[in-house]
Write a protein that binds this ligand. Structure first.
Ligand SMILES: Cc1ncc(C[n+]2csc(CCOP(=O)(O)OP(=O)(O)O)c2C)c(N)n1
Ligand SMILES: [Mg+2]
Length: 874
């Protein structure tokens, strides 16, 4: 077997821009003139002043009366010549040898982690017992990640860069562990894994080993903000991290397989939302190692021209580095990185020196190197290096096959470890000299431990936003609109700190948070038409119609220590279910790592919710996100269902102060009855659950508990209580409202859980509980199944009955309406059914009347539409 002596790829290292006018392509130069309809252009806000005569030319400014297309890059992309034609190689012989030694060291340490239990320096011949009994790891992506790390270190040192490394193929965990160990960050974080032979042995042993560290770039790894286990989010995380971090460059490796995912595909567009004056830069590096687990990768098989056009279409200048001859690739990569980082620096310098920031074409790198490069080329007669077979563990039978054992030893020795580590196992000076200075090391960047840098938000006093509620239920407000006023001032208060952004898939105004536009715009650096509103290059509201990208940006922003708010239609937030899983896992693990400082919480406002999607219909009706998040670890998850405006404000403030949680707030945007004044709202939110005295007449001995969670269920419950009190005044009703859903769980299961004594006191141990719930009813049973009175609990909620209809019909269809809730109470209170037969009949008739009325009139019964709480106020 030989290492890297040949493969299906050519053995040359080539650098090519993917400039279509390059002589190596036969395609004609495409017309880059942007297509814009004729329109009169005005500047959308005074923060947005296009450059009159920027270094890349003023072509984008159309004459008066014509479209303004902010695409300044009309010049042909600068051309790098093929490697052989380059005059002067960027690396001297010494630098080349240094870089290669470092790369070999990182590769050695990576292979060691995947295979070795002991004998880390191969001081004795390799024996089966030196090898782990279970081999778990991914080799294929690792040499490429190591190569990039080494070259990025060179760039960091030369330019004194603040850089974070995000790797999409996070299954290449050994690469990051190896590099952070080599640079010292790892041992500083975990002193027992010292930078010597015993530490190396620990480093190897702990990888993918019980009690050790995971195989992926998990939170345990210093320098990481991105697990990468679930592929697709690297680029949106990277862009989120550089927002408002003008000095930061994130080098973001995108797997060619990862690039096939939906979330990654849409995230290329993040460059239309970047302000080079105040944001940092992302350097995307598409790693074309050609394969996924078992298949070729699409982008590796469409030819350079088609790939070029795709990436140019996304607004990048792709530079291709290609080869499998280390010396050539080192030279080509060094040259290309220099080139790309120069371009980034000049884009930023130009933008920061001018008053405007037209859209720029950012550089990116396409790195085409063999998968599993430098590993076994052939195993058991089949090719491995440069094929999909190198994805995981190329030699699987090392403990049982002498041939595999020999191949492993040859492989490890091919890196010449005796040149890389001294007798004590420490990296030799040649390697140490290449490590960037302390905080510049990618494994030690404070940006990758965002809690270190995080400042609390300056939150305005809630008092001035609370709406007056002289009596419960007599007035209405649009909860999210009032919240918008509050968020506007949160934004205003923190503008100078540049640490708060609001994210949403095109719904910020629809969700009635548009007061934000009084103080900031919507980030946007693409073309602008006069009919557009609130677009601004430096806007702090981030809107793109990709829930994935919004979520990825926000996570990147939070992980680097800043604060955010995500508003989304309730039904469509499911699109990011899986991303939420990953973030929840990240938070759960970081809580066990004392060196990881808490980061601001991920705050969701789910509005346009199921009960108020009567106009959009069934497709928009799904309250199941709550069910999804409550599966996550209790310490991380909070779910709030504020019933009115003031409780929403109180909840929002609480969430913005919190750290390390995923907060889910569900609240409507339609006019909604005000139940609680400022003081009562604050108290109710602090309790999380409580008896509403004004609606109850139980005097401590209820016949029934009418419980509710969610704004519409609360309205229906209050209406049901008032019907019962009117028609059956002797029935003793207790109304309990739940704003913090997790209070329902036992205290042993969730930190917010009520003790059994508290739960029993509120919900009784033996009286029927009619529970009107915002979402799918089963969840309430799930949360309360251990409670004494669970057998008496009867839950109404959404049962997948929906369509385009009237608002009240939505609740009728799901038996959550006031008439049905009152019927439930009558049926469940022992002995009441017979006595209240006439009331029962009337309630049933009301449902029938409702049905006939909406069919005839297209709107709800007047007594439903105009209903107000008319009962006592205390
Ligand atoms: C969303 C998602 N789907 C499937 C997988 C399973 N998986 C793990 S690695 C991999 C192939 C990744 O290929 P690529 O991005 O090219 O990475 P590399 O070749 O560098 O290993 C797949 C499909 C995953 N981790 N995430
Ligand atoms: Mg790949």
């Amino acid at each position: 077997m030989a290492f890297s002596a040949g493969s299906s790829l050519s053995r040359t290292g080539r650098i090519r821009t993917t400039d279509p006018s390059d002589a190596s392509t036969s395609q004609p130069e495409p017309d880059r003139t942007p297509v814009c309809p004729t329109a009169v252009i005005t500047s959308p806000s005074d923060t947005y002043k296009p450059i009159a005569d920027g270094p890349t030319g003023p072509e984008s400014l159309g004459p008066a009366g014509q479209a303004l297309c902010l695409w300044t890059d009309r010049r042909p992309a600068a051309k790098l010549k093929a490697m052989d034609e380059l005059t002067g190689k960027p690396l001297s012989a010494g630098e080349l040898s240094d870089l290669d030694a470092y790369w070999r060291a990182a590769n050695y340490l990576s292979v060691g982690q995947i295979y070795l239990l002991t004998n880390p320096l191969l001081q004795e011949p390799l024996r089966p017992e030196h090898v782990k009994p279970r081999l778990l790891g991914h080799w294929g992506t690792t040499p490429g990640l190591n190569l990039l790390y080494v070259h990025l270190n060179r760039a960091i040192r030369r330019r004194d860069l603040t850089m974070v490394y995000v790797i999409g193929p996070g299954h290449g965990g050994p690469a990051i562990a190896a590099n952070t160990w080599l640079e010292g960050s790892y041992s500083e974080t975990y002193p027992d894994v010292s930078r010597d032979a015993s530490g190396m042995e620990r480093l190897f042993r702990q990888f993918s080993f019980p009690g050790g560290i995971p195989s992926h770039v998990a939170p345990e790894l210093p320098g990481s903000i991105h697990e990468g286990g679930e592929l697709g989010y690297s680029l949106s995380h990277a862009y989120g991290a550089v927002l408002d971090n003008p000095e930061l460059v994130v080098a973001c490796v995108i797997g060619d397989g990862e690039a096939e995912t939906g979330p990654l595909a849409t995230s290329w567009h993040s460059n239309k939302f970047l302000d080079p004056r105040t944001d940092g830069a992302v350097l995307p590096i598409l790693h074309l190692n050609g394969y996924k687990i078992a298949n070729p990768a699409v982008l590796a098989r469409i030819g350079d021209d088609e790939l070029t056009r795709l990436l140019e279409g996304y607004g990048y200048t792709p530079y291709l580095v290609e080869g499998d001859e280390p010396e050539h690739v080192h030279q080509a990569l060094a040259l290309t990185l220099d080139r790309a980082l120069d371009e980034i620096a000049s884009i930023q310098a130009e933008a920061r020196a001018q008053t405007g920031t037209p859209r720029r074409r950012w550089p990116m790198i396409v790195l085409r190197t063999p998968k599993g490069w430098t590993g076994p080329r052939e195993v058991d007669g089949v090719p491995v290096e440069g094929t999909w077979r190198s994805h995981q563990v190329p030699l699987a039978g090392v403990r049982t096959s002498p041939e595999h054992l020999r191949l492993l030893e040859d492989w490890l020795q091919s890196y010449r470890p005796d040149e890389l580590f001294d007798a004590e196992g420490r990296p030799v000076d040649q390697l140490l000299a290449q490590v960037p200075s302390r905080d510049r090391r990618m494994g030690s960047s404070p940006h990758s431990n965002g809690g270190l840098l995080s400042q609390d938000l300056e939150l305005p006093e809630l008092g001035e936003y609370f709406v007056p509620v002289p009596a419960p239920g007599r007035s209405d407000h649009e909860p999210t609109r009032i919240l918008g006023d509050y968020l506007r001032d949160v934004m205003r208060n923190n503008l100078a700190h540049r640490n708060f952004r609001v994210f949403g898939p095109d719904e910020t105004a629809s969700n009635r948070l548009d007061a934000l536009y009084d103080v900031t715009g919507k980030a946007w650096n693409a073309d602008v038409l006069p009919t557009d509103e609130h677009l601004a290059v430096d806007g702090r509201v981030m809107e793109i119609l990709s829930e994935h990208t919004c979520q990825g940006w926000l996570e990147g922003y939070l992980l680097t220590g800043r604060h955010g708010w995500f508003s989304c239609y309730e039904a469509f937030v499911h699109i990011v279910d899986s991303m939420v899983n990953q973030h929840a896992k990240w938070l759960k693990v970081t809580r066990t790592l004392p060196w990881r400082r808490p980061i601001p919480s991920l705050n969701y406002l789910l509005t346009s919710h199921v009960w108020r999607q009567d106009h959009n219909g069934f497709s928009h009706q799904d309250p199941g996100f709550i069910d999804h998040v409550v599966n996550k670890k209790a310490e991380v998850i909070r779910v709030y269902l504020p019933p009115d405006t003031n409780t929403l404000l109180s909840t929002a403030e609480h969430c913005l102060r919190s750290r390390d949680y995923i907060n889910v707030i569900v609240a409507g945007k339609q006019p909604q009855a005000d139940w609680l004044d400022a003081e009562a709202a604050a108290l109710h939110c602090a309790r999380g659950v409580g008896i509403w005295d004004f609606a109850s007449n139980d005097d401590g001995t209820p016949d029934v508990v009418m419980a509710c969670a969610g704004d519409v269920p609360t309205l229906e419950t209050l209406a049901a209580a008032s019907l019962l009190r009117e028609h059956l005044p002797s029935v003793k009703i207790r109304v309990v409202n739940v704003v913090d859903l997790m209070r329902l769980q036992p205290s042993s299961e969730h930190p917010h859980g009520l003790s059994d004594a508290d739960f029993d006191a509120l919900f009784t141990t033996d009286k029927p509980i009619i529970f009107a719930y915002h979402g799918y009813p089963w969840l309430i049973h799930r949360l309360t199944y251990r409670r004494t009175n669970h057998h008496n609990l009867h839950v109404r909620g959404y049962k997948e009955e929906g369509t385009t209809t009237t608002p009240f019909d939505m609740v009728v269809r799901n038996d959550l309406d006031r008439y049905h809730l009152a019927l439930d109470a009558i049926d469940r209170i022992p002995g009441l059914g017979q006595r209240a037969a006439d009331v029962r009949q009337w309630l049933t008739d009301q449902r029938a009347r409702h049905h006939a009325y909406i069919l005839a009139h297209g709107e709800d019964l007047p007594e439903v539409r105009d209903w107000r709480w008319n009962g006592p106020t205390s």
